[in-house]
Design a protein around this ligand. Structure first.
Ligand code: AHR
Length: 520
């Protein structure tokens, strides 16, 4: 990255950054569902990830206690399940009833075998243990309306019908009453089993949604949007799908994965520019359909797959030929400090768009492009990306404030000139507590940041605003990545440069860093 900003003797970028925090810049509430994640039957996410009966911490259902604890510490709200590409070939009935009678099936999406030892009932047991909200996807690839209705009946109808009584016979008396449902997965992608044109998908999704609401009008439905903003059908897909389904759905999905391509760290660190653009474009498409169709309600976004993912690396290539393994090592990306800074910046983007992004899922939760890693039957540890997510989930409270940013820019190959620093803040209107989340995209020295707090002081009736906590994640070597043997030598550290003097906060942000400053 050509971060050619001049540096002073201490190495800090002398062209300082000014941020403005003002409660009047409220975008909308912090939504707990922004901090969702995703568990797919893929690689070792389920088997030896959340489920590992041989593990010393496993409960009577085979769920690892250490992973549950880490999931809670991560602060996950919703968990999307069971896919992903997997869902487009999934027969949910294979995963219920006595385990010794469940079939092992081919999983075409990931060229694997699934023994179906975990299905909807086990997932709901895990959901309760982890204290998260389920988000269930139905198969609209190889299947259709009837199978989606059967699954909904199994999950949400109290009893007295075939599938609800089957659930009860399987030992689950109470209905699960799952609220969030995804109408298939990435149906715009030619890699998807049962891939469809926008018109084909629009018809199927609309009729599935209409029928599902006949069973349970209280459900919230996510219709598939584009699987990335680079899809040739991006924009048009959203418009076509929503023109048909608008009145029957609540959200349109968005999926985005980023990685450092060809050593272009500058563009990679600015990935949130693409996420902002993605959200803005989907919002525009949804609002166009709203206007043209004379609808009153708004369709909001479920950004239900997002993360850093090195898709071109060997660990993302599924097996081939006659090799159909159970739970192979797949998509086990090791995340470094720069990856964590990008993940933090993507969270900044999701939060600042809280007026239209009403749910999001970090893809995925365990082992597969994940913040949590496990060894089969062994240790578990946190990847670098765990930290910004956990901090934001815990401390983003109240309202989201758009932050005024005056910062020097640097040129990127992918996005043109982008600001050196990006930030968002939240403010709890009850306590006045503020959390500022800020990333420094500079690779060549720390950046001095000045934050104007006068509006915050005014809102606090003139009371002093002071630093409660300032934590920074960075490392002189931004390629440092956690391993099972060492997951703690690079952690968020106290940033002692954060000070409030005369109502102005100053803080130095090291190169390639994520920082949370809490003010009280
Ligand atoms: O999260 C990994 C995969 O990425 C999902 O299965 C699919 O929906 C997306 O392409």
């Amino acid at each position: 990255m050509s971060h050619d900003t001049p540096t002073d003797a201490a190495g800090a970028n002398s062209s300082a950054v000014t941020l403005t925090l003002d409660p009047a810049f409220t975008v909308g509430p912090v939504r707990r569902r922004t901090f969702g994640s995703f568990v797919e039957h893929l690689g070792r996410c389920v088997y030896t990830g959340i489920h590992d009966p041989e593990h010393e911490s496993a409960d009577e259902h085979g769920f690892r206690g250490d992973v549950v604890e880490l999931t809670r510490e991560l602060g996950v709200s919703t968990v999307r399940y069971p896919g992903g590409n997997f869902v487009s070939g999934y027969r949910w009935e294979d995963g219920i009833g006595p385990k010794d009678q469940r079939p092992t099936r081919l999983d075409l999406a990931w060229h694997s075998s699934d023994p179906n030892l975990v299905g909807v009932d086990e997932f709901m047991q895990w959901v309760r243990k982890a204290g998260v909200e389920p988000m269930m996807a139905v198969n609209l690839g190889t299947r259709g309306i009837q199978e989606a209705l059967d699954l909904l009946e199994y999950c949400n109808v109290p009893g007295g019908t075939y599938y609800s009584d089957l659930r009860r016979a399987n030992g689950h008396e109470e209905p699960y009453r799952i609220t969030m449902w995804c109408l298939g997965n990435e149906m715009d992608g030619p890699w998807q089993i049962g891939h469809k044109t926008a018109e084909e998908y629009a018809r199927l999704a609309t009729e599935t949604a209409r029928a599902m609401r006949m069973i349970d009008p209280s459900i919230e439905l996510v219709v598939c949007g584009s699987s990335s903003s680079s899809m040739p059908t991006f924009g048009a897909w959203e418009a076509t799908v929503l023109e048909e389904s608008y009145e029957f759905v609540d959200y349109i999905s968005a999926h985005a994965y980023y990685f450092e391509e060809d050593g272009d760290l500058g563009s990679f660190l600015a990935s949130a520019v693409d996420m902002d653009h993605f959200i803005e474009s989907v919002t525009a498409a949804a609002d166009y359909v709203r206007a043209a169709g004379k609808h009153t309600k708004r369709i909001n976004i479920s950004f239900d797959e997002w993360n850093v993912w090195y898709q071109k690396r060997a660990e993302s290539v599924p097996p081939t030929g006659d090799d159909w393994p159970v739970a192979p090592v797949l998509l086990e990306d090791r995340y470094n400090v720069a990856d964590a800074v990008v993940v933090g910046n993507l969270l900044v983007s999701l939060l600042r768009n809280t007026d239209r992004v009403h749910a999001a899922s970090l893809a995925q939760l365990v082992n597969v492009i994940a913040p949590i890693m496990t060894e089969p039957g062994g240790r578990s540890w946190k990847q670098t990306i765990f930290h910004p997510f956990a901090q934001a989930s815990e401390h983003a409270v109240g309202d989201v404030l758009r932050v005024g940013i005056e910062a020097p820019t640097y040129p990127t190959a992918r996005f043109g000139e982008v600001p050196l620093v990006d930030a968002v803040a939240t403010r709890d209107p009850e306590t006045g507590a503020v959390s500022l989340f800020v990333v420094n995209r500079s690779t060549d020295g720390s950046t001095g940041v000045t934050v104007d707090l006068s509006a915050l002081r005014h809102a606090a009736g003139g009371a002093d605003v002071d630093v409660v906590e300032a934590l920074t994640l960075s490392n002189p070597d931004h390629t440092w990545a956690a391993t099972a043997d060492d997951s703690t030598s690079v952690l968020p550290q106290d940033n002692s440069t954060a000070k409030v003097v005369d109502g102005v906060l100053t803080v130095d942000l090291p190169a390639v860093s994520w920082t949370m400053v809490r003010l009280g």
